[in-house]
Design a protein around this ligand. Structure first.
Ligand code: AVJ
Length: 321
C-alpha cells in the first residue's frame, strides 16, 4: 500500500490463528511457555516504551548514549546511500539519532505491532522529507522475503535494544544467518547487545519499583483474555524476573498464586500453586561470546563500542564472502 511517494506500507501481520496455535501448544508443555513477541499488542508496545525510560532499565539509556557519542564513527561504518532495515523498529526513536549522520536512501522499519509501526513510520516521514520509507508489518522471527524493489543498494540491518537476547543460541544463530543473507556481500549489521554484569543490576532492571515491567508481563494475560477468549484473573498471577546464572539470561515468568483452572480458546488448563508460564528470556553476552556467535553466523566483527561502565555494547559486523 502506498501512502505517499515516500511512505509505503507492507502488511504481513501474523494471523490470529497463529497466536492461538502457538499459545495453546505452549500451555500444553511441561513448563508452560508463551513467546515474548506476544507482549507487543498496542498497549504492550506502550508499556515497553515506558520500560525504556525507567531509572532501573539501563539498557536503552546506555545504548542511546553510545549512539550519541559514537554516531559519526557508526555512520562511517555504514556509509551513505544504503538501504537500512530495522528489525523490531517499535517507535523508531533510536534511528532518529543516526539518520542525519548516516543519510540512508531507504529506511525499512519492520515490526510485529501494526498500529505502532504505522504511527512511527508516518511521523518519521513527516520529519525527514528526504527519506524513502517502506514500513513492513511482519514477525521477523519467521522467514521473510524482501520486496524486489529493495534489493538494489548496499544493505545494512539495524537490530538495536538487545532484542537478540530474546533468542536461544540456535535461534539467534539462525536469525543472524538470515540477516547475513538479507544484507549479502558487502552488507553490514549494526546490533545492540546487553552485557553480562552484576546480578543485582540485572535483576533490578526487570523488577522496577513502579512495577511497569510487571504490568508489561501481565498485559499478556489481558491480551489472551481479549483475543483468545481466555479467563485469566490478573490478581491470581504474579510477575517474576530473575537471573539464571547457568544460562546467562534473565527469565520472566507469570506465576500462579493458587491452584486454578483457566479457559483459553475453549480449552481448559490447570495451574498448580506456584506453577509458571515462562514468558521471556533475555540472554546476556560477553563481547567475546557475541563475536563467536557472529562469526559462526557468517559475519566478521569490524567494530564494537562499549560504555565506560561495561553495561552495553553496539557491534558493527560485516557479512563475510
Ligand atoms: C526488548 C527483549 C531487549 O529483554 O530487556 C524489557 C524486553 N522485557 N523488560 C529485554 C523487556 C522486560 C527487552 N528486549
Amino acid at each position: 500500500m502506498t501512502i505517499s511517494n515516500r511512505l509505503h506500507f507492507h502488511d504481513f501481520q501474523p494471523a490470529l490463528g497463529d497466536i492461538k496455535d502457538d499459545v495453546l501448544s505452549g500451555l500444553q508443555t511441561e513448563q508452560k511457555v508463551i513467546a515474548p513477541k506476544y507482549f507487543y499488542d498496542a498497549h504492550g508496545s506502550k508499556l515497553f516504551d515506558r520500560i525504556c525510560r525507567l531509572p532501573e532499565y539501563y539498557l536503552t539509556r546506555t545504548e542511546i548514549g553510545l549512539l550519541k557519542q559514537y554516531g559519526s564513527e557508526i555512520a562511517e561504518c555504514i556509509g551513505s546511500g544504503a538501504t537500512l532495515f530495522e528489525l523490531g523498529s517499535g517507535s523508531s526513536s533510536k534511528i532518529r539519532l543516526l539518520l542525519d549522520a548516516v543519510r540512508p536512501s531507504i529506511y525499512v522499519p519492520m515490526d510485529i505491532s501494526k498500529e505502532h509501526l504505522f504511527g512511527a513510520a508516518s511521523s518519521l516521514a513527516n520529519d525527514y522529507d528526504w527519506l524513502e520509507i517502506h514500513a513492513v508489518c511482519i514477525d521477523y522471527s519467521n522467514s521473510w522475503q524482501l520486496p524486489r524493489s529493495l534489493q538494489g543498494n548496499r544493505r545494512i540491518a539495524y537490530f538495536p535494544g538487545s532484542s537478540i537476547g530474546n533468542l536461544h543460541d540456535n535461534e539467534a544463530h539462525a536469525l543472524l544467518k538470515r540477516i547475513a543473507e538479507l544484507v549479502g556481500v558487502d552488507g553490514g549489521l549494526l546490533i545492540g547487545v546487553d552485557l553480562i554484569k552484576n546480578v543485582k543490576l540485572l535483576e533490578a532492571a526487570y523488577n522496577d519499583r513502579q512495577q511497569v515491567t510487571a504490568a508489561f508481563n501481565k498485559n499478556l494475560l489481558t491480551r489472551l483474555n481479549r483475543e483468545l477468549n481466555a479467563d485469566f484473573r490478573l490478581e491470581r498471577f504474579e510477575h517474576q524476573a530473575f537471573y539464571n546464572r547457568d544460562m546467562n539470561r534473565i527469565e520472566m515468568h507469570l506465576s500462579s498464586i493458587c491452584s486454578q483452572f483457566i479457559q483459553v480458546a475453549g480449552q481448559r488448563f490447570h495451574f498448580r500453586a506456584g506453577e509458571t508460564i515462562h514468558t521471556e528470556n533475555s540472554y546476556k553476552y560477553s563481547i567475546a561470546g557475541f563475536h563467536q556467535l557472529a562469526l559462526r553466523s557468517g559475519f566478521a566483527a569490524v567494530k564494537v563500542w562499549v560504555d565506560r561502565d561495561n553495561l552495553f555494547s553496539i557491534h558493527y559486523l560485516e557479512s563475510r564472502r
